[in-house]
Design a protein around this ligand. Structure first.
Ligand SMILES: Cc1cc2nc3c(=O)[nH]c(=O)nc-3n(C[C@H](O)[C@H](O)[C@H](O)COP(=O)(O)OP(=O)(O)OC[C@H]3O[C@@H](n4cnc5c(N)ncnc54)[C@H](O)[C@@H]3O)c2cc1C
Length: 462
């Protein structure tokens, strides 16, 4: 007789069946383990009966990856312990169910810093951010979540617990490269390989100070040139500016934030770049001067540049940045009943290809006579999100055609179809553009060797 509580009341379960993509999920039961031993017990029981398990964090996924397709939903929200924050050796160990922003705040209060910063950090769990290899605006300087994960405890479908640690050795010739570092395989695995029950991450020195800013441009192309020039100077280590975030708002993004902005958005602006710059107190003026001359050289509307150097303003800038995806999420929701809704892209290209792909996508949009998308986000990493709003199913079909053709081109330009949100259930049609079938089969073989009955997050990725 199982000792865990299997919730079968559909009125409760319904509240856990979808994620931020609105993908229609369903399940027979919900389990809410409080410890790894409970997770093991649940998984053994499910595996013996071949019952699928979809692990969920806070269900902010935009790909349907947290929407169950039958079986049991395993909710990690009761596993919220912080086991250690080691400020001397700079690491933290915690369970998966804490809100990422709360964990980061606790870490920061101890004088250290956890760098990954998905825009949804107030809406996603620590575990969910690991399972999706989330990234954010500061990925420009710090890289994605994977870089910071040092060790994982994972429960496999059999109930076996793997304790995995990234190797710290400098030389190793034993085995295929991905298997030398199984931690990296589980990061971003979207619940398909096992359940992450404990995570150790690397922490950094807390940056002394930073200021946020917003620079406005008369054209989108000028804003893109600015980004390319920042990257090029950083690559050649000749830059006097060293931003940690470089994010785009196109003209539609600016229209979304205008009503809420206490900052002035200049009339001729057709695009803006949000940036953040760290500094030591004594450097403030010289860095600011460097920014002004760099912006002048790169055709920004310098007089209207916003510099936010107090926490309230910095927070407002970040809130404005967050406003774009949340507004579009709400807007899309208005049309789902008619088969429309938000269609978002997550592709990225090497930064030197950014003009090419944006011109290509713009031409496709124009030729298809569909409404222009809102283009915003992580442009510093060659990763702008395109968000289209489809009024009905016919328009959605046209938009998807444009997105498919764009993704094909993205891959030809050396990019990826999924830079941070993963594949889940709704991006599966794009997978064929990225990898040959043989490679996809090899990934599947790995999944089924760890999960022979295919009970872990069925429907995700493959
Ligand atoms: C407004 C908005 C903005 C966003 N901005 C960003 C952004 O800037 N960057 C970004 O990367 N993403 C972004 N996202 C997407 C999403 O927030 C992230 O993918 C987030 O990391 C998901 O975390 P979650 O806790 O909500 O996980 P869920 O959505 O619940 O789950 C996501 C996937 O992880 C798996 N999973 C969750 N927990 C575990 C676990 N413990 N073990 C194994 N598998 C697990 C699930 O099975 C699922 O496959 C955004 C979403 C929204 C709604």
């Amino acid at each position: 007789m199982a000792s865990f509580n299997l919730i079968t009341d559909q009125d409760i379960i319904k509240g856990f069946c979808t994620d931020s993509s609105n993908y229609p999920g369903y399940a027979e039961a919900l389990v809410r383990p409080k410890s790894v031993s409970e997770v093991i017990e649940i998984v053994k029981e499910a595996n013996s009966k071949k019952i699928p398990i979809t692990t969920i964090g806070n269900r902010s996924s935009l790909t349907g990856s947290a929407a169950a397709l039958g079986g049991w939903i395993l909710d990690t929200s009761q596993m919220t312990k912080i086991l250690e924050i080691n400020t001397k050796e700079k690491f933290a160990i915690a369970e998966p169910g804490m809100m990422l922003s709360d964990l980061k705040k606790t870490i920061l209060e101890q004088g250290v810093f956890y760098a990954p910063d998905p825009t949804s950090e107030k809406e996603c769990f620590f575990g969910g951010s690991i399972a999706t290899n989330a990234s954010g605006s500061r990925t420009f300087k710090y890289g994605s979540t994977r870089k910071y994960v040092r060790a994982l405890e994972v429960v496999l479908a059999s109930g076996e617990v793997l304790n995995l640690r990234k190797p710290e050795i400098e030389k190793n010739t034993f085995g295929y490269l991905p298997f030398q570092n199984m931690v990296d395989i589980f990061v971003g695995s979207e619940g398909t390989l096992g359940i992450i029950t404990k995570i150790e991450v690397e922490l950094l020195e807390k940056p002394e100070n930073f200021f946020g800013g917003m620079a406005f441009f008369k054209t989108l192309n000028e804003a893109l040139d600015f980004v390319i020039n920042v990257r090029s100077e950083l690559t050649h280590k000749i830059s006097a500016i060293t931003p940690r975030a470089i994010e785009l708002f196109d003209c539609h993004g600016l229209n979304i934030i205008k009503p809420d902005s206490t900052f002035k958005i200049p009339e001729p602006a057709q695009a803006a770049i949000f940036f953040e710059q760290e500094y030591k107190a004594e450097e403030f003026e010289s860095i600011l001067n460097n920014w002004v001359s760099f912006l002048e050289k790169n055709k920004a509307i310098v007089d209207d540049t916003i510099i936010a150097d107090v926490p309230k303003q910095q927070e407002e800038l970040r809130e404005l940045r967050h406003k774009v995806p949340s507004h579009l999420f709400e807007e899309g929701g208005k049309f789902t009943r008619d088969g429309g809704g938000k269609v978002s892209t997550d592709w990225s290209v090497p930064i030197k290809r950014i003009h090419e792909i944006i011109d290509y996508a713009q031409k496709l949009t124009k030729d298809a006579r569909i409404n222009e998308p809102v283009i915003y986000g992580h442009i510093g990493n060659g990763h702008p999100h395109y968000n289209f709003i489809a009024k009905d199913s016919a328009e959605k079909k046209q938009i998807l055609e444009v997105v498919h053709r764009t993704c094909q081109q993205v891959v030809l330009l050396g990019g990826t179809i999924a830079a941070e949100h993963g594949i889940g259930k709704i991006k599966k049609d794009f997978v064929k553009y990225q990898y040959p079938q043989t490679v996809i089969n090899a990934m599947k073989s790995l999944k089924y060797s760890l999960d022979p009955n295919g009970i872990m997050a069925p429907g995700n990725m493959f």
